[in-house]
Design a protein around this ligand. Structure first.
Ligand code: NCD
Length: 317
């Protein structure tokens, strides 16, 4: 994979070598992210951060990653504050905004929207999430976290046992993560979801064709047994036809400390792309796990800055 000047639209662009390259550079970003060292390498450069769907972590960590490399960030949030609300096309918006920026990160509710935008952009574009399709930078930071957590436990990514829990149908973070994990060897996937929110056949076939074992389950307790990683997700309510359609699935799987103690291994790592839905009717990952040292969710969010700095560094050479 050639990073320089490239758009990052899908994890399908990555092979093992490219992933290793990102992680190698991410490892070097720690001192800058921790304020032990300072660089102004992106001085004068502008990131166009365009988030047309809600975002906390992805938007702010991309922005911070750029700032930590010395650059400035311009944000556009919400469609109603941009000319897209006046009927402007992605083509025109991309031509214009890429004249003002050195790189663009974009999130939008439509699948394929970021590809269409990138095709008209004069600068590299990173997909910050396009509908329920993909979220490449999230999957890279998740994999980076998995690699670190497993190394701390004397293991690697090969032969990993991972349980993916929740809305696997609409969860773009899961879609991208499954594709990346499929590049490794002999993994064991347990896909825990209500049947209506199962991972689509296309993804399951892709995982199986790559030589991994896949089991489907609609039971949290049995699904998470023996897992090295339990990756919990939120019901993606914004993707359902109506809020009531999503309500049916909220709260079906609720991981808390007592379930963890009874069914997980003492070293099982708990991950979540976040946000976790902490409202009472959902609460898929309870706050009573916050002190559990195997809860890696805030290590994931910290790692997001390093991985995003690495992507900027590689794309801008
Ligand atoms: C995820 C997303 O937006 O796809 N969030 C994130 O970027 N960390 C997951 C989610 O919203 O549930």
């Amino acid at each position: 994979m050639n990073f320089v000047g490239s758009h990052i639209l899908s994890v399908s662009q990555f092979d093992r070598q490219a992933i290793e390259k990102v992680f190698e550079v991410a490892d070097k970003m720690g001192p800058f992210a921790n304020r032990q060292r300072v660089t102004r390498v992106l001085e004068g450069a502008i990131l166009g951060n365009m988030f047309f769907e809600p975002s906390t972590r992805t938007r702010v960590s991309f922005g911070c990653a750029w700032n930590l490399l010395g650059g400035e960030v311009r944000e556009t949030t919400e469609i109603k504050t941009s000319a897209l609300a006046k009927g402007e096309s992605f083509y025109d918006t991309a031509r214009v905004l890429s004249g003002y920026s050195d790189m663009i990160v974009m999130r939008h509710q439509l699948e394929g929207s970021v590809d269409e935008f990138a095709a008209a952009s004069r600068v590299p574009v990173i997909n910050g999430g396009d509908g329920s399709n993909e979220h490449p930078s999230q999957a890279l930071l998740d994999l980076y976290t998995i690699r670190k957590e497993m190394a701390d436990r004397g293991k690697g990514i090969d032969e990993l046992r991972i349980a993916l829990v929740g809305d696997l149908r609409y969860g773009r973070a899961v879609h991208s993560l499954c594709k990346l994990l499929s590049l490794y060897n002999k993994l064991h996937f347990t896909l825990v979801s209500p049947p209506e929110l199962a991972l689509s056949d296309e993804y399951i076939e892709g995982i199986r064709e790559a030589g991994h074992e896949v089991n489907l389950s609609d039971q949290l307790q049995s699904g998470i047994q023996h897992a090295d990683i339990v990756y919990v997700t939120r019901t993606q309510e914004e993707r359902f036809p109506t809020p009531e359609d999503a309500d049916k699935y909220k709260g079906l799987f609720r991981l808390n400390q007592s379930i963890y103690t009874e069914y997980c291994e003492p070293t099982t790592v708990i991950m979540h792309p976040m946000p976790r839905d902490s409202r009472e009717d959902a609460n898929e990952l309870d706050n009573d796990m916050n002190e559990n040292p195997n809860l890696a969710i805030f290590r994931q969010t910290d790692n997001g800055v390093l991985v995003r700095m690495a992507l900027f560094a590689l794309i801008l050479d």
